[in-house]
Design a protein around this ligand. Structure first.
Ligand code: BGP
Length: 473
């Protein structure tokens, strides 16, 4: 352990959100429906046919109308950057139209205005779990190659319109999660149990090509922009020191690492091709696809990190625990959050070192945080939440970021997830809170939507102000 933690002077401190989890206004401003409108319970139950009244995301935290107030609060914490996503169906309500929806474009102009007013650098996710529903219902989402063209058109519109104002772009949120949550992540309508491996991996391929085409478009239309991939990082430890367990953990971890390998190196690694062959998967990959992947690799690698898991080759030892989007073998050495996600700050240092050693690309931690139940209390006549557990979680993870920086890893920034309370992606709950800012909204939809600063608000402001010097080890 080093004596002091030094973060780079230009370290991008901030926070992260996604359109469908904050905006609400699901049918305002010419917006079309997205898959989120048929996933009122997140990934816990099958999709519905159409929108239902019990869907918290229809209102979410009403960011669509309150963005100025919220961005002002982020500025008060000293944010250097704010990660948000653009709802594809605000820009192309169906997804396959020729012309974009001006009202949707104008909304994000206003969001960018507010960021600029406060000197906050936007970090924009192009696609974050909100494929337009029409593309799901009509094309079966990313299984269909036509999605590549629709996405490229959408990305081009964004770069043309916002390219001079937005420097940092992410192509697909947690792109590797499509293997586990095909509807959420890939807009794929065919239920997971009925989806063939070939269709699933073809969807993966189509997204990877689309990601590279977006990178290509950014080079043309927004030459100052930097494009990153976004990977769900989940380090996998061997459950025992046996070589078989080590091999099993490497194999499991490679299902995530492959996405970084392809984005950074521009080609499919041998182990990935072997795994496709072993599964009898034969993909349609054109020579153009290969060239596009090779010529348009990413500028940086971003990732989410919440949880690590274990792996074993011994089926009798495979006791499963929770993970982010997909489960993993429970690690007996770690404690878990109220939602069963095992807490492992050192895992963040491991991931940072592993990714840096492997790819030598700047790394951006664009999600990390603790989903917890909060209790609103009154202190000195002000409503707040005494969230020491959240402060401890973030402090301990940031200390490990400091260690990785000292290890020589190039880390661009840190945007903890849900910097303001929002609707959870996996369970669609409000009660799974991540924010520095409490939003008065409950799982049953009640609440005033008023915002209150939690104890962690001042704590994070001080961390940013001191550029990490106030962290405690
Ligand atoms: C990631 C998603 C986010 C976010 C986060 C926390 O998988 O990119 O959208 O929600 O996890 O997960 P949850 O909301 O399920 O607690």
């Amino acid at each position: 352990m080093t004596d002091s933690i030094t973060f780079p002077a230009d370290f991008l401190w901030g926070g992260a959100t996604a359109a469908n989890q904050i905006e609400g206004a699901y049918n305002e401003g010419g917006k079309g429906l997205s898959i989120q409108d048929v996933m009122p319970q997140g990934i816990t139950t099958p999709r519905t046919d159409g929108p239902t009244d019990d869907n918290l995301k229809q209102v979410a935290i009403d960011f669509y109308h309150r963005y100025a107030e919220d961005i002002a609060l982020f500025a008060e914490m000293g944010f250097k950057t704010f990660r948000f996503s653009i709802a594809w169906s605000r820009i192309f309500p169906l997804g396959d139209e020729a012309e974009p929806n001006e009202e949707g474009l104008a909304f994000y102009e206003r969001v960018l205005d507010e960021c600029e007013k406060h000197g906050i650098e936007p970090l924009v996710t192009i696609s974050h779990y909100e494929t337009p529903l029409h593309l799901t219902d009509t094309y079966d989402g990313w299984v269909n190659r036509e999605l590549i063209g629709f996405y490229e058109r959408y990305a081009r519109v964004l770069f043309a319109r916002y390219g001079a104002r937005v420097k940092y772009w992410l192509t697909f949120n947690e792109i590797n999660s499509v293997l586990h949550a095909p509807l959420l992540s890939g807009g794929i309508n065919t239920p997971k149990g009925q989806l063939t491996k070939t269709d699933l991996y073809q969807a993966v391929h189509n997204e990877l090509v689309a990601s590279a085409l977006a990178t290509k478009a950014a080079r043309e239309l927004a030459p100052n922009a930097q494009v990153g991939c976004m990977i769900l990082a989940m380090p996998v430890y061997p459950l025992s020191p046996s070589p078989d367990d080590m091999m099993a953990s490497l194999t499991t971890e490679r299902t995530n690492l492959a996405f970084g390998d392809i984005h950074v190196r521009g080609e499919y690694p041998g182990y990935y091709l072997r795994s496709l062959r072993d599964q009898g998967v034969d993909l349609v990959i054109t020579d153009d696809d290969r060239a596009v992947l090779k010529e348009n690799t990413v500028d940086f690698v971003s990732f989410s990190y919440y949880v690590s898991v274990a792996e074993t080759a011994d089926d009798s030892q495979r006791v499963m625990g929770e993970g982010n989007i997909f489960p993993g073998v429970r690690n007996p050495t770690l404690k878990a959050s109220e939602w069963g996600w095992q807490i492992d700050p050192v895992g963040l240092r491991i991931v940072l070192n592993q990714f840096w050693d492997r790819w030598q690309k700047p790394l951006f931690i664009v999600e990390n945080g603790l989903g917890a139940k909060d209790e609103l209390v009154e202190v000195d006549g002000r409503k707040t939440v005494i969230d020491d557990y959240r402060i401890a979680y973030l402090n301990d993870h940031l200390v490990q970021v400091g260690e990785a920086l000292t290890d020589g890893v190039d880390v661009m920034g840190f945007t903890p997830w849900g910097c303001i309370d929002l609707v959870s992606a996996s369970t669609a709950q409000m009660s799974k809170r991540y924010g520095f800012i409490y939003v008065d909204r409950n799982d049953d939809g009640s609440g005033t939507l008023d915002r209150y600063k939690k104890k962690s608000f001042d704590w994070y402001a001080e961390v940013i102000e001191s550029n990490g010097a106030s962290l405690t080890r």
